[in-house]
Design a protein around this ligand. Structure first.
Ligand code: 4AD
Ligand code: MG
Length: 478
């Protein structure tokens, strides 16, 4: 079985005139003679030429769209246009039929992304999804490479925790209690002491607080793991289970942090442009084909490839939250009452505001810093104005926020005061406070949303289409 050669290897170094065996899924079968075979190793298909007179009727009948086929034959230069090589098959075996009569749901025509999402067990066989998942892999690899090459250590932070790192209360409980059978205390509340961990636990919303422990010992660390948020957001940018990359660096301030964020984003995009040009080109063309039928104002201002190049070739804009609010309030858009949500100093920027700044005002990624302290998490370093904190969000065209980060509050008294004001129990985070008591240092870090990054780089408009098995409100299939 293992004596097969992958299509990527054939295209790289073709063993011309040798007899080879290829295995893969049928993307197209023309004239009972030409199979376009894809095995996932590359975007490209390999043409397998079969002789219908030599094949058994049974075999021929089973060569359907997405059937799995093994073919052996000589690799030759192709006579036809459209491909350099082809295999003249002498043996063909159908390893797995995918008969539409038996109910195979995918068809060789454009099918909606919604439909393909419901068939997530098959959608990776389509051009678009196979490209997305190859690129997703590439970005994951590039993330590790980026940090490893720069002396960071990969820290595995826990998935089950007893703390709410963001203080936002959007957590999934972890418990071994049977629903409705949890023991209670006299006041009616659940007695978590009797649960598995002898305390209330939840799935992590962020590995940051533990990453800070790492940074204050190893200097530079990063996490790359799944995070969970029980926010009931049914949008194209939110998942209940998503992956986050969180670098945390000792002796970094907010400015170092912004430099790191910009360099890191550009590196990831460059990596994909360099290593996955065919997949990017296909996704670019796919968007252009789709947009042909859309009114001008709904089309993207630039193609995918141009957008990616533009982001790596230009400096990100850096402004403060206060400047952002001024820009928004002075905009025609605001004056004409076109924003749905209010723009007021002290209120959080909504997606529509972020997108206005990035897509209309600057037409570049924007880093907004120094947000009002009351809309940000307890751990962010308080600025001297006593109103803002050293927070930073990186905003991307079409996506909005891809990164949220900050310089951390390293001063014990400031941190304790802030935790009291925000009703964060000190007992839960005694170790976090200890980090400020013993050997503390200024430090900073951020969280990059992995799926939002994949979304940006692949141009997919819905975040559910860049993770293999999306988890969203009302949906945990597969
Ligand atoms: O801005 P957030 O909430 O920041 C943190 O969690 C910090 N602890 C990170 C840090 O400083 N180490 O989330 C970081 C990023 C967001 O910018 C966004 O890209 C992504 O995570 N994100 C989500 N992605 C998909 N679905 C969701 N529900 C997301 N929530 C946040
Ligand atoms: Mg955020």
């Amino acid at each position: 079985m293992s004596k097969r050669i992958e299509i990527a290897a054939i295209l790289q170094n073709a063993p011309l005139n040798e007899t080879i065996t290829v295995m893969g899924w049928v993307r197209a079968f023309r004239n009972n003679r030409f199979i376009a075979l894809n095995d996932g190793s590359t975007f490209h298909t390999l043409q397998v030429v079969v002789d219908p007179d030599q094949l058994s009727e049974d075999t021929l009948k089973q060569i359907h769209f997405h059937s799995c086929v093994k073919a052996t034959g000589k690799l030759v230069e192709s006579q036809g246009a459209g491909q350099a090589f082809e295999v003249i098959a002498t043996e063909v075996e159908v390893l797995g039929d995918s008969s539409p009569e038996e109910g195979y749901p995918l068809q060789p025509k454009a099918q909606s992304l919604e439909f393909l999402r419901e068939n997530a067990h098959f959608r990776m066989r389509t051009n678009a999804f196979s490209s997305v998942f190859r690129i997703r892999h590439g970005i994951a690899y590039a993330i590790h490479k980026y940090f490893n090459d720069r002396g960071y250590y990969y820290l595995h932070t826990p998935i089950i925790t007893g703390s709410d790192a963001e203080g936002a209360g959007e957590m999934f409980h972890v418990s071994t209690f049977e629903p409705n059978q949890a023991p209670t205390l006299p006041d009616g509340s659940i007695d978590w002491k009797q649960d598995f961990f002898e305390k209330a636990t939840n799935l992590t919303v962020s590995g940051q607080l533990q990453a800070e422990i790492g940074a204050l010992a190893l200097g530079k660390v990063y996490t790359f793991g799944p995070t969970f948020r029980a926010e009931n957001s049914n949008t194209t940018r939110h998942l209940a289970e998503f992956w986050m990359i969180e670098p945390e660096v000792a002796f970094y301030d907010i400015y170092d942090n912004m430099d790191l964020a910009e360099d890191f984003c550009k590196y990831l995009i460059n990596y994909v442009l360099e290593h996955y040009p065919d997949d990017v080109a296909f996704l670019d063309k796919r968007i252009q084909d789709m947009e042909k039928n859309m009114p001008m104002e709904q089309r993207r201002p630039m193609g995918l490839l141009d957008t990616l190049r533009f982001v790596v070739d230009n400096d990100f804009v850096r402004i403060t939250y206060t400047e952002a609010v001024d820009i928004l309030r002075n905009s025609k858009h605001y004056k004409k009452g076109k924003f749905e949500f209010p723009v007021e100093w002290g209120k959080d920027l909504q997606a529509e505001h972020e997108r206005y700044l990035v897509e209309k005002e600057f037409k570049k990624p924007v880093i907004v810093r120094n947000y009002p302290k009351d809309i940000k998490a307890f751990y962010m370093r308080q600025n001297d104005d006593e109103k803002t904190v050293a927070a930073m969000d990186v905003l991307f065209p079409g996506i909005g926020e891809v990164i949220g980060g900050s310089q951390r509050e390293e001063r014990l008294s400031h941190l304790k005061k802030r935790m009291q004001e925000m009703h964060i129990p000190e007992e839960e985070l005694w170790w976090y406070l200890d980090l400020r008591r013993f050997g503390g240092a200024p430090h900073a870090g951020f969280g990059l949303g992995f799926e939002r990054t994949v979304q940006f780089i692949t141009g997919m408009s819905n975040i559910r289409d860049v993770i293999a098995f999306p988890r969203t409100p009302g949906n945990a299939e597969f």
